[in-house]
Design a binder for this molecule. Structure first.
Ligand SMILES: *[C@@H]1O[C@H](CO)[C@@H](O)[C@H](O)[C@H]1NC(C)=O
Length: 519
C-alpha cells in the first residue's frame, strides 16, 4: 500500500521538500512583480507557492490580481486592481459547460473591457509607471495579454498555470507537433489515429489563430493601442519572453520535448500530510473496511450550482454505498444519509493522504489531479469544462481511476464505478507507480522555480536561453521557401530530362520514321 507515514514525511522533506534548502543564498534581495490581473482562484493557487518560495529567499514581491486575499508574509504585497469584469464567482460552470469551448467566447467581451478600464485605475497606473524598478516580471500565461504593456523593455517570465500550452510553447520556438502533442483543451489516446491527428492539427492551428491573430488579441490590442499609441504590438512584446515555468511534470502528463527555457514545476503546492482536525480524523478512521470517499468540485464549481438531478444521483448513490463520504459543499443539503459528512472547507491534501480514503470524486482540475497523484489516491473524474476532460482522459488511460460524464450520471453508474475503484487494488497500484517517480526528482519543483527566476534576473533576461526558432517566421520555420525552391528545381530537372529524352528519341525514332517513309 502507501508509503508509511514516517517514511512519507522523510521522502517529502528530502525529495520534494517544502523548503528551498539546497540553493546557495541569493546575491541580493530582488524586487519581483507578479501579474495575474485576469485569473481564476486556481491560477492564483499556482502563483502562491512561487511567491512564497521567493519571499522566503528574501525577495520582495508585488502581486496584482483580481482575486487578492490576505497574505501572511511580510515580503508579499498583493493588491486587487478592482476591475470587476472577470469574476469566476459570477460564472455557473455547469451553464458554461453547455456552451461551445466552455464559454471561452465570452472572454471576447470581458478582456477588451478589462483592457479599457485597467489603466484608468490610479493604483495600476502608479505601478505601471514604476515597473522599471523591478528586476523581473512573472505573468500568468493565459488570458493576460491586457497586462503586456508592463512587459515592454523588461525581462519577464510566464507561469504556465494550465500545464503545457502549444500556443505558448511556440512563442519560445518549441512548436509542438500535432501528430502527438495535445492542445491545451483536448487530447486523444496515444498513438493518435489518422482522424485524430487530422482533428488535432486543425485544433492546434484553429485555437492559436482564433485567439492570437483573428479575434481575441486583436480586440484587446485595439483598446491598448488607444491608450498606448507608441507601444509595439502586444504579440511583439511577448516574443521577448525569457522563460516559462510550466505547471506540469512529465510523470503526470504526456511527455513533451522542452527547451532549456521551459522548466517543469508541477506539484509545487503538494506537500506531505499534516495531522487532520480531530473531528475529521475520528470520522475517517471510524469508517469500516470499505473506507472513505472524498468528494469535492474544487474552488470554481460550487456544489450548490449543481443541477438537482445530479445532486440527487449523488445523495442516492451515497445512501446505497457502504463507505463513509466526505462531501465539500457550500450550503444546506436535505435528505443525505448518515454516512455522509458535509463541510464547506476541507484540508484536501491531508484527507487525500489518509490511507482510509479510497477514492477522490473530482471535477479533474489540474491541481486536484496533481494532489491525488502525489498522495496516490485513485480518482473518479467527472469533468465540467476547460482542460478537465483532457485531465480525465489521462486518469482513465493511465488506469488511475475512471471517468463519468455529467449528462449520463445516474445513481447506478456512481455506485458501480465507485465500487469498482474502491475494491479493485489495481487502481491504487497504478497510482503508486506514477506517484513514486513523481517524488523521485533531483531538485524540488519550488527550487527550480526559484533558481530559474533568479537566473533570469542574474543574467539580465538570460538571452542565452533563446532558441533561434523563436526568431523565424512560419514560412522560414516550416521551410516553405526551401520546399518551394526544391519543387522548382525538381520541376526544372524533370523538364530538362524530358526535353533530353525527347530530343534523343526524336533522333533515333524520328530518323527511323523518315527512313521507313522512304522505303
Ligand atoms: C527584451 O528583454 C530585455 C531583457 O530581458 C530588455 O532589456 C529589452 O528592453 C526587451 N525588449 C523589449 C522590446 O521589450
Amino acid at each position: 500500500m502507501r508509503v508509511g507515514p514516517l517514511c512519507g514525511v522523510l521522502v517529502g522533506v528530502l525529495v520534494v521538500g517544502v523548503v528551498v534548502g539546497e540553493l546557495p543564498p541569493p546575491d541580493a534581495s530582488y524586487k519581483i512583480l507578479m501579474l495575474l490581473p485576469i485569473s481564476s482562484k486556481s491560477h492564483r493557487n499556482v502563483f502562491i507557492p512561487v511567491a512564497e518560495a521567493l519571499a522566503e529567499r528574501g525577495h520582495k514581491i508585488v502581486m496584482m490580481s483580481n482575486t487578492a486575499k490576505p497574505m501572511n508574509h511580510p515580503n508579499i504585497h498583493e493588491f486587487d486592481h478592482g476591475v470587476p469584469d472577470f469574476n469566476e464567482d459570477n460564472i455557473n460552470m455547469f451553464e458554461a459547460r453547455k456552451q461551445k469551448f466552455g464559454g471561452l467566447g465570452t472572454l471576447n467581451t470581458i478582456l477588451p473591457a478589462v483592457a479599457r478600464k485597467l489603466y484608468k485605475r490610479p493604483e495600476v497606473m502608479k505601478l505601471y509607471n514604476r515597473r522599471k524598478e523591478f528586476d523581473v516580471i512573472i505573468i500568468d500565461h493565459m488570458f493576460n495579454e491586457v497586462a503586456y504593456p508592463f512587459l515592454h523593455e523588461m525581462p519577464f517570465i510566464t507561469l504556465v498555470t494550465g500545464g503545457m500550452d502549444h500556443r505558448h510553447s511556440a512563442v519560445l520556438g518549441n512548436v509542438l507537433n500535432p501528430s502527438y502533442a495535445p492542445n491545451f483543451l483536448t487530447d486523444f489516446p496515444a498513438p493518435l489515429s489518422m482522424w485524430h491527428r487530422f482533428i488535432n492539427t486543425l485544433g492546434h492551428i484553429g485555437l492559436a489563430f482564433y485567439w492570437r491573430n483573428w479575434v481575441t488579441v486583436p480586440l484587446v490590442q485595439k483598446e491598448i493601442t488607444a491608450q498606448f499609441p507608441d507601444l509595439p504590438p502586444l504579440l511583439d512584446i511577448e516574443r521577448n519572453l525569457s522563460l516559462a515555468l510550466i505547471n506540469t511534470h512529465f510523470t503526470i502528463s504526456k511527455t513533451m520535448p522542452v527547451l532549456p527555457s521551459e522548466v517543469e514545476v508541477g506539484t509545487m503546492h503538494c506537500r506531505p500530510a499534516q495531522p487532520l482536525p480531530q473531528d475529521l480524523e475520528t470520522w475517517i478512521s471510524g469508517a469500516g473496511p470499505e473506507g472513505v470517499i472524498y468528494f469535492s468540485l474544487g474552488s470554481v464549481a460550487k456544489g450548490s450550482s449543481m443541477p438537482t438531478e445530479y445532486r440527487d444521483a449523488f445523495i442516492e448513490a451515497f445512501r446505497r454505498l457502504p463507505h463513509r463520504v466526505i462531501w465539500k459543499y457550500e450550503g444546506e443539503l436535505k435528505g443525505v444519509s448518515d454516512n455522509v459528512l458535509i463541510q464547506k472547507w476541507l484540508p484536501q491534501q491531508d484527507i487525500l493522504a489518509h490511507n482510509k480514503v479510497k477514492v477522490f470524486i473530482t471535477h479533474g482540475g489540474l491541481l486536484s489531479l496533481q494532489e491525488s497523484i502525489y498522495h496516490a489516491t485513485p480518482l473518479l473524474s467527472i469533468p465540467i469544462f476547460g482542460d478537465q476532460p483532457k485531465n480525465a482522459l489521462f486518469v482513465k488511460n493511465k488506469g488511475l481511476g475512471d471517468m463519468l460524464v455529467w449528462e449520463e450520471l445516474t445513481a447506478d453508474a456512481l455506485v458501480n464505478t465507485l465500487t469498482e475503484i474502491t475494491t479493485n487494488p489495481q487502481y491504487t497500484r497504478n497510482m503508486e507507480s506514477v506517484s513514486r517517480p513523481l517524488r523521485d526528482q533531483l531538485t524540488t519543483p519550488k527550487e527550480r522555480a526559484v533558481y530559474w527566476t533568479e537566473y533570469v534576473i542574474r543574467h539580465k533576461g538570460a538571452p542565452q536561453l533563446k532558441c533561434p526558432a523563436a526568431e523565424l517566421s512560419w514560412v522560414e520555420f516550416l521551410m516553405l521557401d526551401v520546399l518551394a525552391v526544391l519543387l522548382v528545381v525538381l520541376h526544372i530537372t524533370i523538364y530538362i530530362l524530358y526535353r533530353i529524352l525527347r530530343a534523343i528519341s526524336a533522333k533515333i525514332f524520328g530518323h527511323q520514321k523518315v527512313k521507313s517513309k522512304r522505303e
